[in-house]
Write a protein that binds this ligand. Structure first.
Ligand SMILES: [Cu+2]
Length: 116
């Protein structure tokens, strides 16, 4: 019984060591430029002005310029925030830069910051 436990413990520590090695190898081979590209893809590439903020519903109305990634012309429309906390610092009249995408058919703001 004790031997079996010992072998089980050994097997567990071996497999966790193997897992640690694997994830370390993965981490080591992740190219730094990929991370940079991801950050760029998530960049705040669209411009707009806040018309209305509804923090309770997690929605914001933006008068936006052209949104290239959505192939959308300038207009005023309602977006849902991917995270309601994104709306905490926004108020009517604020100039913003933001990123938006269509998620499950819903136009969603995924990042937004004030333009000073
Ligand atoms: Cu629009």
């Amino acid at each position: 019984m004790i031997l079996r436990l010992f072998m089980l413990a050994t097997a567990l520590s071996l497999s966790s060591a193997a897992l640690a090695q694997t994830s370390h190898a993965d981490h080591g081979t992740t190219p730094a430029p990929a991370a940079t590209n991801n950050a760029h893809a998530a960049g705040l590439t669209s411009e707009g002005e806040v018309r209305r903020v509804d923090k309770a519903l997690g929605k914001v109305t933006l008068r936006h310029g052209r949104i290239e990634n959505l192939d959308m012309a300038p207009m005023t429309m309602v977006f849902t925030a991917s995270d309601p906390a994104l709306l905490d610092k926004l108020k009517q009249g604020d100039k913003v830069r933001f990123s938006a995408e269509k998620r499950n058919g819903v136009y969603t703001v995924t990042g937004i910051e004030l333009v000073h």
